[in-house]
Design a protein around this ligand. Structure first.
Ligand code: FAD
Length: 596
């Protein structure tokens, strides 16, 4: 039976010692009164909710899955999910970072992101029910009419209604330009929507009174491709002018997908049959509006994988301390036992440290990224907002793809630590691996994230956003460059920074002649950039730890040891990646299609 302890000490380290989050938030008008005690209290209570209410439902939810009643089209989530959700709503958790104008608590997103890390460690499938709602809230908040906001935002804020994002259709996943769902305008200003959506997370369930589907569809006169897509709010139950629930709308679940992981979340085929909806944002500009939701969701997917990495790590460490097999190569370590605990073996340590370095690096990156979101949304100064928005845009595909790729590696390593027992259900490790796999696929596959990073975020603006991040790295290198103790971190960071600059120019030049060159290099490129970002945060974490390690607190000793492990054992992967990126497109395209 797995265990989970919320990593409050490390969260507080990142919040207060690495990023000085409270001081940075105080500079933003809505958070002038925030203090460290409030932050710590919310983290502690959130951790209790995650570990005590949601975590115990993780394995049972996986085994039971969701059930569809085909006669009513109603879906039941696994036993206990509904009651836990009611407790979540009662505790006010959905409202944490929502706008007070709609009943929200107005706390910063960075705090909400920490809550989500813990909820995802506890139970990713359950967490997707409130998680999707939060994205719907963001899209309606940014692009809804006053009437839509008044109708939907208070209910999404309190959590009594949940939300979905309905993009995917059977013939259209990555390429949304192919989508066919139709929206017919009506005389009263509403629309009638018809079509079929698949793979819709939390698409139908019994946790909430109503479900607000945000649906992409085409107007009759829409141009072909992605420029002809509009966004609609389509509630499961129609809502009267007084806010009361009315008739059942023509949007229902036609089937549930049977899938590899996240069994507790209903992945629904959604049939839209002349469903009533209202348009969100401008006609034919639905993707702009949906991107608000997609960007929030991409950071959210990073949190899913960060959560899984953390919980898998905790369990693998506990097992490695307990399980005895073989003797240490360098001599007996536990003479009172028949064998040594497997944590003495170098390769077991490598697997554990890999997961730990990815979890702690991912936590630093994602909290910093979410702090940029808070600045982007709330800073008075336009320059601060723009800077934060650019940095966030740059790192969003890295949060999504690098953290989820790392979690796949980390959860698999943690399973491996259990040997054959990791493959057996009762230990819970195989569920973490299965659950982690989807995070590399949805919200834009990791390949698509890499094309977004290289094409849109780097090459399309001639590297301006990358230079902004590079300036932060450079400033840090200059600040720390003369400190002997920091050389082991600063030198590889500076070296990688130079290599990324050269690699970007080289790929840019090649892509100028042949766009496939970008496609061939993008995945390697994202991973190299992911390491640059991690190397920066690991250097900064090492700086803090070096300053405090003499006090003898094992927390800082462990932080420093993990930083050293990261630089010695994980960062060198960049050499291979750069070589592969530079090998270009020719080795991929030399193969004739017929020869596959
Ligand atoms: C469990 C689950 C939950 C989901 N939840 C939702 C949801 O809530 N809402 C929703 O709308 N969708 C959801 N999805 C759908 C998900 O977002 C899509 O599966 C994903 O976007 C990929 O689309 P696809 O499956 O059609 O694959 P395809 O688009 O067919 O892609 C197949 C492969 O081709 C690659 N590929 C495609 N185009 C390119 C290119 N230009 N360059 C390089 N490679 C390319 C892809 O990376 C992928 O590896 C969910 C899916 C699953 C399995």
């Amino acid at each position: 039976m797995p265990q989970y302890t919320p990593p409050l000490r490390d969260m507080q380290f990142v919040m207060h010692e690495l990023l000085n989050v409270v001081d940075q938030l105080k500079a933003l008008p809505p958070f002038g009164d925030i203090d460290a005690d409030t932050v710590n209290a919310v983290l502690e209570e959130g951790g209790k909710f995650a570990s005590q209410v949601v975590f115990p439902l993780n394995q049972s939810g996986d085994e039971e899955g969701c059930t569809l009643d085909k006669s009513t089209h109603e879906v039941k989530a696994p036993q206990g999910f509904k009651a836990a959700y009611a407790q979540y709503v009662e505790g006010g958790w959905p409202a944490l970072s929502c706008d007070p104008a709609y009943g929200g608590q107005g706390l910063p997103h960075v705090l909400n992101q920490c809550l989500y890390e813990m909820l995802n460690s506890a139970n990713q499938a359950w967490t997707m029910y409130p998680g999707l709602s939060h994205g719907a809230y963001e899209a309606l908040h940014a692009h809804g009419t006053d009437e839509q906001k008044a109708t939907y935002l208070p209910k999404l804020t309190s959590g009594v209604w949940t939300g979905t994002m309905c993009l995917t259709e059977p013939h259209c996943g990555t390429d949304l330009g192919l989508l066919r769902s139709k929206a017919e305008p009506q005389a009263d200003g509403s629309y009638r929507i018809t079509g079929q959506k698949i793979f819709i997370s939390a698409g139908e369930h019994d946790l909430a009174e109503n479900i607000v589907h945000l649906v992409l569809a085409r107007l009759p006169d829409a141009p072909a491709g992605s420029k002809g897509i509009s966004l609609f709010a389509v509630p499961k139950f129609l809502v009267g002018a007084d806010g009361a629930l009315g008739e059942r709308n023509g949007v229902y679940c036609g089937g549930l997908e049977h899938k590899m992981g996240i069994h507790g979340n209903s992945t629904a085929q959604i049939v839209l049959d002349n469903a009533v909806g209202t348009i969100v944002g401008e006609p034919n500009k639905g993707l702009n509006a949906m991107f608000v939701m997609m960007n929030a969701a991409r950071l959210g997917v990073g949190m899913q994988s960060l959560g899984l990495t953390e919980v898998a790590y905790q369990n693998a460490v506990a097992y490695a301390r307990d399980r005895i097999q073989m003797r240490s190569l360098s001599g007996v370590k536990a003479p009172d036992k028949a064998a040594d605990p497997i944590i003495v073996h170098p390769d077991v340590r490598k697997m554990l440290l890999t997961a730990r370095a990815y979890a702690e690096g991912g936590r630093a990156l994602s909290m910093w990224a979410t702090l940029q979101l808070d600045k982007d949304l709330s800073a008075d100064d336009e320059g601060v907002r723009r800077e934060a928005a650019d940095l966030l845009a740059l790192v969003t595909p890295i949060v999504k793809a690098f953290i989820t790729d790392n979690a796949w590696i980390a959860t698999s390593h943690c399973l491996q630590v259990f040997g054959g027992h990791g493959y057996i259900k009762e230990w819970g490790m195989e569920q973490y691996v299965r659950d982690a796999r989807i995070n590399m696929i949805y919200e834009g596959t990791n390949t698509i994230q890499s094309l977004d990073l290289l094409g849109r975020k780097v090459l399309a603006d001639n590297g301006a956003k990358l230079r902004k991040f590079g300036k932060m790295v450079q400033d840090f290198i200059e600040e720390e460059g003369t400190d002997e103790a920091m050389q082991e971190f600063i030198n590889p960071l500076a070296d990688l920074g130079e290599k990324v600059t050269k690699l970007t120019t080289e790929i840019g030049m090649r892509a100028f002649a042949n766009q496939d060159e970008a496609g061939a290099a993008a995945v390697d490129y994202l991973r190299v950039c992911g390491h640059l970002v991690f190397a920066y945060f690991w250097s900064r974490m090492a700086r803090v730890a070096l300053d405090k390690v003499d006090g003898g607190d094992p927390f800082y000793q462990a932080k420093l040891a993990t930083a050293r492990f990261y630089f010695a054992k994980l960062l060198p992967e960049t050499a291979t990646l750069i070589r592969s990126a530079r090998a270009g497109v020719a080795p991929l395209m030399a193969m004739d299609e017929a020869w596959f």
